[in-house]
Design a binder for this molecule. Structure first.
Ligand code: LMR
Length: 394
């Protein structure tokens, strides 16, 4: 049996992680996978997470199964964190998932079960695993224009023109904030136009929100998701706690299905639990319990929000430093977009050849689509990257 297996395409982000590990050069700079690193290059366990783990350790008397949906306090806390009352709770079905990827996977399976002919529209570009999962499940998908490689901003006219071809019942996948990989985001007014078009077409939005708190702040980053969820009949939301709680390996996410009415929400809840049961039964609990503990304890919550805010500001600061250094080296404003982008990533909009040149000549590791992880930088590596960008002729 096993000899009939074929090699699977490598995920370009994970392949880059491996190549970086194998590079013996001392001066190598990892701007690949989306993991936050502080100025010392460490991905710290957040203080509130440590404190919550201690509380859990002291109080927990059993590791028996919870429920197929996961820990209720986590579900309620996350619905509140993401939606803050934008939608009547009775219209929301929700389950804990293994990370944001688990939520995306379950969302796709839900769509496939209930609407097998739907096309899922994804931004061009999008997180590569969106497309990979769609292909894996054999689902129909199409790309809509998103990034203008000349301005490094959203190609909004192109996006709206493409979304005008969406059919009733199709699903439009949108990044709630901090677009991955580009870093370019819609304004709130543009979001309003997108929602109006989605409603006019009778399409269903699927929002992937994996970086809440990394862009303009916890509430500002959720504003678009709240707007969409509050203005449409149905909506799916996949949220991740990997980045904003820094609990990557704990695999902590949530999938919410917002239905038109309470009766349909109950059906959705049943389906989400069924999907959990078929795929992995009970979702992982430890990360969800950490999040629930933090969100329900005023002191821990404050500690978490403060550290998250420091993280966010440090990335903004690095963005500004990089834009300033490139301005100095090129005597132009053409890299100002780096300071305008939000979240962990920016796509600098250059060719795979130039990305490869930066890796070969300067040991700079960024994804071949020219996405760089801002949080992989520090005061010392900003000038190195800026020089490498200029030397590669970007
Ligand atoms: C990324 O885009 O780098 C992260 O979301 C990590 C991943 O799983 O790809």
């Amino acid at each position: 049996m096993l000899e009939h297996l074929t090699e699977q395409p490598a995920d370009k982000i994970l392949a880059l992680m491996q190549a970086y590990r194998e590079d013996p050069r001392d001066n190598k700079v990892d701007l690949g996978v989306g993991v936050y690193k502080n100025a010392e290059g460490v991905t710290p366990v957040m203080k509130a997470v440590k404190a919550a783990e201690q509380k859990i350790w002291e109080a927990q008397t059993s590791k028996a199964y919870t429920s197929l949906a996961g820990e209720p306090q986590y579900i309620e806390g996350m619905i509140d964190l993401v939606l803050n009352g934008a939608v009547d709770r009775a219209r929301i079905g929700a389950v804990t998932t293994p990370g944001g990827t688990g939520a995306i996977r379950q969302a796709m399976e839900l769509i496939q079960r209930t609407s097998p002919d739907a096309t899922v529209w994804v931004s061009n570009p999008t997180w590569p695993n969106h497309v990979s999962i769609l292909n894996y499940l054999g689902m129909k998908h199409k790309a809509y224009s998103y990034f203008d490689t000349a301005t490094r901003d959203v190609d909004f006219a192109g996006m709206m023109a493409d979304l005008a071809n969406v059919a009733a019942g199709d699903v439009v996948l949108l990044h709630g904030c901090c677009h991955n990989p580009t870093g370019a985001n819609l304004t709130l007014d543009q979001w309003k136009e997108v929602v109006a078009l989605i409603n006019e077409k009778g399409a269903i939005p699927l929002i992937d929100i994996a970086y809440q708190g990394f862009g303009d702040g916890l509430d500002a980053d959720a504003a678009a998701t709240r707007l969409v969820a509050g203005s449409v009949g149905e909506c799916l939301i996949a949220a991740s706690c990997s980045k904003n709680f820094g609990i990557y390996r704990e695999r902590t996410g949530i999938l919410m299905a917002i239905a038109g009415d309470e009766k349909t929400a109950k059906l959705s809840q049943g389906m989400l639990q069924f999907l959990n049961r078929q795929n992995y039964s009970f979702p992982p609990d430890h990360g969800a319990r950490i999040v629930a503990t933090i969100l329900n304890d005023a002191e821990l919550r404050k500690m978490w929000e403060e550290e998250l805010e420091e993280t966010r500001l440090s990335m903004l600061n690095l963005r500004q430093q990089l834009a300033d250094e490139l301005k100095r080296l090129t005597n132009s404003d053409r890299f100002n977009f780096l300071a305008e982008h939000r979240g962990m990533f920016s796509q600098i909009g250059t060719t795979a050849e130039k990305v490869e040149k930066m890796r070969a000549d300067s040991a700079i590791y960024m994804v071949s689509d020219s996405r760089l992880n801002i949080a992989g930088l520090n005061d010392k590596t900003v000038p190195l990257l800026a020089k490498a960008i200029v030397d590669a002729g970007v």
